[in-house]
Design a protein. Structure first.
Length: 212
């Protein structure tokens, strides 16, 4: 199965992508990881990307799509793949189509903005060992202290409510239009994010079961 996962920040795309990866033995391809890998491997596109990034610029859509096509040509993608975090815009989706990349389904994980703000702003991270906690779902034994190393927990800048709201504004402006784009192609499938991870995963499996 060739899948695209999209949805707002904090909806659980990365978690579901990893579960699908394990369940169906197909690779998850995130643009960030893919770009770092291409640069490390010194491919022609990797060298081009490094020059752009070193110059303090963002990668253009054509370069990112070309890197994805290069990554999808690798042997581990022969039985399928999961694109996590790409495309982010309609032009990126159109560029992907123009390159002949066949997609079986674009799965949108939905979650209300207020739930996302509560979910993300409740995250707490240990700067010492990297353990993650949540004020509602995964509380440490001692409030504000990491169970693993005893370091005081912090809120990452990305998880502060004002930052989350800005990320959501960008998402609704740039990425949410993909809903209509893939709906028109008959590829959109919707998974409504649930409070419990297992419940969201069950809905995800139901959404893709006919593709396996």
């Amino acid at each position: 199965m060739n899948l695209i996962l999209f949805g707002p920040p904090g909806a659980g795309k990365g978690t579901q992508a990893e579960i699908l990866k394990e369940r169906f033995s197909i690779p998850t391809i995130s643009t960030g990881n893919m770009i770092r890998e291409a640069i490390k491997n010194g491919t022609e596109l990797g060298k081009k990307a490094k020059a752009i990034i070193d110059g303090g610029n963002l990668l253009d859509d054509d370069t990112v799509v070309a890197m994805i096509k290069e990554r999808l040509a690798q042997p581990d993608c022969a039985k399928g793949f999961i694109l996590d975090g790409f495309p982010r815009t309609i032009p990126q989706a159109e560029a992907l189509d123009a390159m002949g990349v066949v997609i079986d389904a674009a799965v949108e994980i939905t979650l209300a903005d207020e739930k996302i703000v509560a979910r993300m702003s409740g995250r707490r991270t240990c700067p010492g060992c990297g353990n993650s906690y949540h004020t509602l779902y995964k509380q440490p034994k001692a409030e504000g202290i990491c169970d693993g190393c005893g370091t005081a927990l912090v809120i990452r800048d990305d998880d502060k409510p004002e930052t989350v709201l800005e990320r959501l504004r960008v998402y609704h402006r740039q990425t949410a239009p993909l809903s209509a784009y893939y709906e028109a192609k008959g590829l959109r499938r919707v998974v409504e994010g649930q409070e419990e991870l297992a419940d969201t995963t069950a809905l995800m499996m139901k959404a893709v079961e006919d593709l396996a």
